[in-house]
Design a protein around this ligand. Structure first.
Ligand code: ADP
Length: 259
């Protein structure tokens, strides 16, 4: 039997297929989120990766920002619950999950039983999210996936003081035109996200082990900066961006077996 979890984010759609041993056998991502063909494409990629067809999916669960728009799933679960569930399997024993996606940042406290206990989220603002970094990467003329390497080349971080993404973009342009190097400004952009995230984490308290998920967790320079700022190690995984979809596939597994 095969169980599909699909996470329809603001920026990207992710799909994960697990088997009856809860093992991931296929995954797919498409860089388009709610209201687009992203979910369908992510699902197709995951099925291709797993080597199965749609009629072999036993049960499917949708989560994420655009979960209400997906017709094919059997049921929906909130992204907070799915992130807690996924993380407790990806990082056994995890107690704090920092998830930064394309449009929001959230910190989850997970109980010893792996269930969500509490959470905090950023306000409706792009600062401190992947969107902020996407804007900065566009100014640098690079991909968001290049920011980490640029940050690591920095010799003297250029501090970005504007908290608003629009003002920060102007500040970055002005720093570059006054001679700051791209690596130094990229380091400042990462640090700006770190400062916002640390503020969120402190509202909930830091309980080890801490894991980071969401697309921004792929920026290892930023994760290192956050770990230093919090004074705690942070676990990541190459599957971190699939965490919500993985959690959804685990809910599909559980709901089907409970029926
Ligand atoms: P959502 O679920 O809200 O769609 P994701 O968790 O998929 O968001 O994260 C999307 C964000 O992750 C993008 O806006 C981008 O800033 C960041 N991101 C995606 N891929 C990478 C990468 N390879 N390296 C660094 N950041 C990345």
């Amino acid at each position: 039997m095969y169980f599909l979890g699909i996470d329809i984010g603001s920026t990207a759609s992710k799909a994960v297929i697990i088997n009856d041993d809860k093992k991931i056998i296929g995954k797919g991502i498409f860089e388009a989120g709610a209201g687009t063909n992203g979910p369908n494409n992510a699902e197709q990629y995951a099925m291709k990766d797993a080597g199965i067809s749609a009629d072999q999916i036993t049960f499917a669960c949708a989560t994420g920002y655009g979960r209400h728009l997906l017709a094919g799933a059997n049921f929906e679960v909130s992204e907070l619950s799915c992130h807690a569930k996924g993380a407790s399997h990806l990082f056994p024993g995890v107690r704090t999950v920092i998830d930064i996606g394309g449009q929001d940042a959230k910190v989850l406290k997970v109980g010893e039983d792996g269930n969500l206990q509490n959470f905090v989220m950023n306000d409706k603002c792009a600062a401190g999210t992947g969107r902020f970094l996407d804007v900065m990467a566009r100014v640098f003329g690079c991909k968001v996936s290049d920011l980490s390497d640029l940050d690591k080349q920095s010799k003297k971080m250029a501090q970005i003081s504007s908290t608003c993404t629009v003002f920060a973009e102007s500040e970055v342009i002005s720093k570059l035109s006054s001679g700051c190097s791209i690596p130094d400004v990229a380091a400042g952009a990462d640090q700006s996200v770190v400062e916002r995230t640390a503020g969120l984490v402190r509202r909930l308290g830091t309980v080890d082990p801490i894991a980071m998920t969401g697309g921004v967790s792929l920026n290892s320079a930023l994760v290192d900066r956050l770990s230093k700022k919090l004074g705690h190690p942070i676990l990541t995984s190459s599957l971190s961006q699939y965490n919500g979809a993985y959690g959804a596939s685990l809910y599909a597994f559980e709901r089907f077996h409970r029926k």
